[in-house]
Design a protein around this ligand. Sequence first.
Ligand code: FES
Length: 275
Amino acid sequence: MTTTVENPSPTPVSIGAPRGGPDQPTLRKDNWWVEPLVTFVVLVSFVAYSTWAAFVGKNYYAGADLHRDLISPFYSPCIANSCVPGSHAFGTLPFWNYSPALLILIFPLGFRLTCYYYRKAYYRSFWLSPPACAVSDAHRSYSGETRFPLILQNIHRYFFWILLLFNCVLTYDAILAFRQPGLGIGISVGTLVLCANAAFLWLYSLSCHACRHFCGGQVKSFAKHPTRYKLWKFVTPLNAHHMRFAWISLFGVALCDLYVRLVASGTIHDPGFHF
Ligand code: FES
């Protein structure tokens, strides 16, 4: 008898047996492979673009010559010796003459790489472990995150604190983007792009599972911890949308870099007005 979703026959299941394998196909009839495939393509595209943007080392700052103060989030804080004039609001490290992005990208990258949501996404789309619910695992054994290197995923909670500092820097950049050197204070599309990018990154960080745990984790009685209860109540609805914020902020940061790059290189004009 053929086994189908419509006409299921008993499927042998052994609790504790090896997970999946090529000889245990899925019974799913829907297009379950679309989501992991799209995730794979988007993440590979982002990694390819951000790697190129990090190494190229130019056109990351639109400065006074364009009457703008816009810096790419991939290059902020710009603390390398090689930073272009006007872009290094926080001082420079005199020994670093390579692309400034290579100094700092490890932190946002580490945060995203160890994010609980992205782990699920790339475990599914890259390692097929498993590729989707009720689809067999591409691997016969499963050790979870109990051994090196995956045990390093546990440092996510520390990346969270570092990323809060980055968010403060990018918020400061967004405020500086209201300056239009030589013209005064104003608003341009670039200003709005940097503001939106900072807002999306705050939403992504504040919806983080580690953030929610920090606010309300290990509390036996919220009545005795009213402040933590308020914080937990604030971040819990955000946490429910963490996946959405993860994707929006990923596109946001790449598009923000692209926009600044196009303005800084003179490819496009940044429309705006000043007071
Ligand atoms: S769980 Fe995704 S950023 Fe922390």
